[in-house]
Design a protein around this ligand. Sequence first.
Ligand code: NAD
Ligand code: ZN
Length: 364
Amino acid sequence: MAVIPVALAGRSYEVRVGSGLLADVAGQCGKLLRKQRVPIVTDSNVAGLWRDTVATSLEAAGKEPRWLVLDPGEGAKSWRVLERVMDWLLDEEVERGDHILALGGGVIGDLTGFAASIMKRGCGFVQLPTTLLAQVDSSVGGKTAINTSAGKNLVGAFHQPGLVLADLATLDTLPVRETRAGYAEVIKYGILGDRAFFDWCETEGPKVMAGDKAAQDYAVTESVKAKARIVAEDERETTGARALLNLGHTFGHALEAETGFSDRLLHGEGVALGMVLAARYSARRGYISEADGERVVAAIGASGLPISIAALGMDADGRKLANHMLHDKKMDSGTLPFVLLRGVGEAFLDKQVALDDIAHFLDE
Ligand code: NAD
Ligand code: ZN
């Protein structure tokens, strides 16, 4: 088991990565579970696969698991479901010093984390991420949120978990398309700041999707280390270090918006193609060599992620995609900040990229 500390100004917490952590969830959480009753929020897909494992460990330790099982999908990150979670936590008499368990992907983690942040002005929670995306990205760093009609993740809070347990065994039940989408965020850490990790992804990355445990262990551990480093530097997104995590995301969000945030394009798939576009746009601007830009594209393609807009069967011109970026809250007199590449493993924030230029580039 790897233990990665996330060191923050006031306090720190651990991310533990290994196989079989859920089967020992009571032991892993230890004193964080101070009462007999343990509230757990999950979705029905995950409950069907992992509820018994968690329940068995808790019951063996004399605990009484209390379950709130929600419908799967992004729809759970809503005012309506948040209200349901809050009422349930109040019924369960959760107090500030207690820890709620969030068992699931990024949806359950974001929703439960936000609920914990406002429960009696803030109670504890433990992230038990069960998707690759949640293990390498959403469970680490303390961003929690729900969606509203105004957009995604606009209502939320910074609220750090007390502990994160990334059990690699849960990846065995995850559909490969979801694993691949999560892998986009893995290779992202290499592309944005770690050349050696990118080199590893280039040759070993596909093993993550094939279910190779050693490869998954290395990929998750290195990704968490990268995220922990960036979050420690910039806990509340004020210094700019955290902005680099948005590599591929501005293009990605435009693609997601174009598909109406539907299952046609998973977030990670949008990010993968977004990174391809960021690499090629960086080459066009002369920041990165053609050859290095295409190396990035090839490594993303080798993992089975989309590398062209045409491959998505999307009929979208540059202007249409750029128009989706107009609603970005960082938009400033026709320009947007974009994470671009100076080299493989060397991302930087270009604070003012003209949207017109992006639209032209997308049409080329
Ligand atoms: P998700 O939570 O919807 O999970 C994807 C699907 O996999 C769901 O159907 C789920 O039921 C199923 N599933 C989960 N674990 C499984 C398992 N082990 N076996 C089989 N099926 C399983 O999606 P996600 O991709 O994990 O997370 C996406 C969410 O994360 C988005 O809402 C996004 O905004 C958020 N996010 C947050 C942050 C952050 O910093 N807080 C970062 C990135 C993404
Ligand atoms: Zn992302």
